[in-house]
Design a protein around this ligand. Structure first.
Ligand code: ITT
Ligand code: MG
Length: 198
């Protein structure tokens, strides 16, 4: 089976990439699955593109093979776009999904439903040794719930209500999430590249 290395250590992302790539009969292999230990990459960029490139290019350089990386996050309009690129560590180190949700809900206390608009953003970077890195960007528009609900997915899914839905992303099945998510919207744009993977 063909393989593609995904430069991530996030188990929620890994599960989604495995599902997407299985449709192309490709095995998506994450960093913890590699036989060699890969140190954490510092995400020092100020944009999703910069961080996605840092992850993809450093791992591609190290392994000398094509690598895909995902930098993603939640952009909340009433918080002037925060947590954005800082989504993973919004509530500090170590990264804690529940603490991040609590902080987002706390900062949105008193904000009316119409003003709770937000979007998930996913930037995929494909780094191939010796070539220019390619980027694809996907969005999922929605709003932030007043209370969290649901246990599916990961990260901010329990507080994100996609537009056109009344439930949170964490109340949707993984199939439903994968039809509308920022990650699936970005990956669909890679369709031609994925089909031509050697
Ligand atoms: O860098 P890697 O190893 O890929 O894993 P990470 O969790 O640190 O990933 P990011 O740096 O891209 O941070 C993105 C954060 O945004 C959130 N996020 C991204 N995609 C999400 C999704 O589909 N559902 C819910 N939250 C998501 C989640 O909290 C992530 O930790
Ligand atoms: Mg990260």
């Amino acid at each position: 089976m063909k393989e593609i290395v995904i430069a991530t250590k996030n188990p929620g992302k890994v599960k989604e990439f495995k599902t997407f790539f299985a449709e192309y009969a490709i095995d998506a292999v994450s960093l913890p699955e590699l036989s060699r230990e890969i140190n954490d990459i510092e995400e020092t960029g100020s944009t999703f593109e910069e961080n996605a490139a840092l992850k993809a290019e450093q791992i591609a350089e190290l392994l000398q093979i094509p690598v895909l990386a995902d930098d993603s996050g939640l952009v909340i309009d009433a918080l002037a776009g925060r947590p954005g690129v800082f989504s993973a560590r919004f509530a500090g180190e170590p990264k804690d999904d529940q603490a991040n949700i609590d902080k987002a809900l706390h900062e949105l206390q008193g904000v009316e439903t119409v003003d709770r608009t937000a979007r998930f953003v996913c930037v995929l970077a494909v780094a191939i040794p010796g070539e220019t890195t390619q980027f694809k960007k996907g969005y999922c528009e929605g709003s932030i719930a007043r209370v969290q609900a649901g246990h599916n997915g990961f990260g901010y899914d329990p507080v994100f209500i996609p537009d056109g839905y009344t439930e949170t992303m964490a109340q949707l099945s993984s199939d439903e999430k994968n039809q509308i998510s920022h990650r699936s919207n970005a990956i669909r744009q890679l369709d031609d590249w994925v089909k031509n993977l050697q």
